[in-house]
Design a protein around this ligand. Structure first.
Ligand code: AMP
Ligand code: ZN
Ligand code: FE
Ligand code: FE
Length: 286
């Protein structure tokens, strides 16, 4: 079985519409795909409507969270995958709305600062290019490429948009323990995404994962393109110790990133555990 539990559509920072993404998943031979756009469920209905025969679609989301380490006050960014939750749960829906507002005001401040230093960006054009979806740094990166300020999206992330850049503005993401509890209250399955991907920046220690498990975390994304072999081995051990589900996923973003859909997969028995734990929304299937 081909099971890929982490993909992005143009509703956040992928390049394919939800329906196109479903067709891509089927064409790649997948049996199961999860749609996990950042901080929004706006693509769910279009993924369901565009679902090819034979493909099981798991409605999900990747929630922007943060963890505050005990030793210093600087938060570490955490991406929390959430599957099969009830999108109408009021507390969770309100927090998603706050996160999207936060993304928008933060992106606008970054663009204003770049414009003030002579980068010819247009905030209305960036907003228009995101097609009504959730705005993120990838949208600013593409605009910087179009403006000739940087040679590539990768270069933009490595320089002007990097967390150490003077133009970088942090987002007030959800405390991860609150996020986990909201997902569970809405009947969803919370899974810690690319938890040890040190190439992305600072990562948390095992103490954070233990605390997250105590708050109701149900799984760890172990097989992810950004994880090295040693990082995968460590996470697999933590999952075994804590009794957590182990997933593998491509984190496909269309042509915004080099990874192919289905590049990393989840084992069938782990997927069955995840399905059994999700009670807020049923998967879309034949
Ligand atoms: P943001 O959520 O606005 O802070 O932007 C982070 C998003 O940018 C995440 O979805 C990443 O997957 C994406 N991202 C990070 N690095 C790159 C890169 N080099 N090229 C394209 N997208 C990236
Ligand atoms: Zn993304
Ligand atoms: Fe992520
Ligand atoms: Fe992702």
């Amino acid at each position: 079985m081909g099971i890929d539990l982490h993909t992005h559509s143009s509703v956040s920072d992928g390049t394919e519409s939800p329906a196109e993404l479903m067709a891509t998943a089927r064409a790649a031979g997948l049996d199961v795909v999860a749609l996990t756009d950042h901080d929004t469920t706006a693509g769910w209905a279009r993924a369901e409507a565009g679902r090819p025969h034979g493909l099981t679609v798991v409605p999900g989301m990747e929630m922007s969270c943060r963890w505050f380490p005990a030793d210093d006050g600087r938060p570490v960014s955490i991406h929390l995958l959430a599957y099969l939750f009830d999108p109408a749960h009021p507390g969770f829906a309100a927090e998603r709305l706050r996160l999207r507002d936060e993304r928008r005001s933060r992106a606008e401040r970054m663009v204003e600062a770049l414009v003030a230093d002579g980068h010819p960006l247009s905030w209305p054009e960036i907003l228009a290019a995101r097609n009504g979806g959730v705005v993120g740094r990838p949208h600013i990166a593409r605009a910087l490429v179009d403006a000739g300020s940087v040679e590539s999206v990768d270069h933009a992330f490595a320089t002007l948009l990097h967390p150490t850049s003077p133009y970088y503005v942090p987002k007030a993401d959800t405390d991860v323990l609150t996020g986990i509890s909201l997902v569970r209250t809405a009947g969803g399955v919370p899974v810690f995404a690319h938890g040890l991907a040190s190439k992305r920046g600072r990562v948390v220690g095992d103490d954070a994962i233990v605390a997250m498990a105590g708050a109701g975390l149900l799984g760890l994304e172990v097989d992810h393109p950004d994880h090295r072999a040693d990082e995968r081995a460590h996470l697999r051990g933590v999952a075994a110790d804590l009794g957590l589900i182990v997933t593998g996923s491509s984190d496909y973003h269309g042509t915004n990133k080099g990874t192919s859909i289905g590049a990393e997969l989840t084992a069938r028995d782990q997927f069955e555990l995840l399905l059994a734990a999700g009670t807020g929304t049923a998967p879309y299937r034949d």
